[in-house]
Design a protein around this ligand. Sequence first.
Ligand code: IPM
Ligand code: MN
Length: 371
Amino acid sequence: MNLKIALLAGDGIGPEVILQAKKALYAIGVVYDHEFVFEDAFVGAIAIEKTGNPLPEQTLNLCLNTDAVLFGAIGDPKYDNDPDSKVRPEQGLLKLRKELGLFANIRPIKPYDSLLDSSPLKRKIIEGADFIIFRELTGGVYFGEKKLNEAGTFASDLCEYSEEEISRITHLAFKSAQKRRKKVTLVDKANVLETSRLWRKVVKKVAEDYPEVILDFLFVDNAAMQIILNPKQFDVILTENLFGDILSDEASVITGSIGLLASASLGHTNALFEPIHGSYPQATGKNIANPIASILSAAMLLEHFGLHKEAKKVYEAVEKAIEDNAVTVDLKSDSKFGTNEVGDFIANFILNKDDLYFKIDNVKIGQSTIV
Ligand code: IPM
Ligand code: MN
């Protein structure tokens, strides 16, 4: 298969982790005879620096005319600590999601067996947890009208949803549940919010098309508690934009590190794949950021294009890295593996299993093996 992939490394650790995802995809291309053509473009703080715009025209055009986008991370403390800043890196990602129509963000949560003791949560709570969060991505309070009065003393963010915005992601969530354990949990705040009551109404209606799937409801405050109290109860969690943002960071605790969680952002015609973590500025340039979330995002990209055995190979490579402790310091505090070495290990596994141990030895003495 020929695929044109836009690489939007973004800010902070973005370029470092994206490079590892690129290596993994490159290795898959070699082994399975696919041609992946990569094109880099700026987004976020780096794009503001270069062009004044967090999503330059050129970047948007590239993304609109490519098969898929692989996204690194976005954000810079310079802007976080300046609430008066008119232009912000995050606007680049939000505009990109909107312009590409990426209304569904899919975030799988499943701990690895060998990491069950890395989570601050007890093994007996998280063992066997396996769920997917379907987060609505182009609506809600993120995109509603924003106001700030002239005196800077009053602000508002409007939360809006239409029936159509709710039903299109709901169909995707139910289709996913059909292939899984056949349960959708709608997370909302229907005891307070009008938008949540519309979600309940629309989701109940869509559910009639999927009679074999059980639908239940949880208020978001309770869901936040249930996710860490009894995560095994969930199969597919369906929720609006802001709740999904918050709950998915919380859910990452189940897996032991936010550096492991990948996501796919899908629309009717475009697809973007991104780790759920942020730009982790403190780690920038130190070769310590966990590249696995990025690499798994690349695996989700492969799956999206029906390259299932290729995706499986990447999952196997990641499992092997975790089992062999070829991981960054967030997972093993005395690890000698940096971002680059984990990326090499995974790419080497994909390229040639037999060579792996020889190359691990190289890594131990501080040599990088490929690229
Ligand atoms: C995420 C991020 C983004 C979001 C930020 C960077 C705008 O936290 O993808 O979860 O809030 O959606
Ligand atoms: Mn987030």
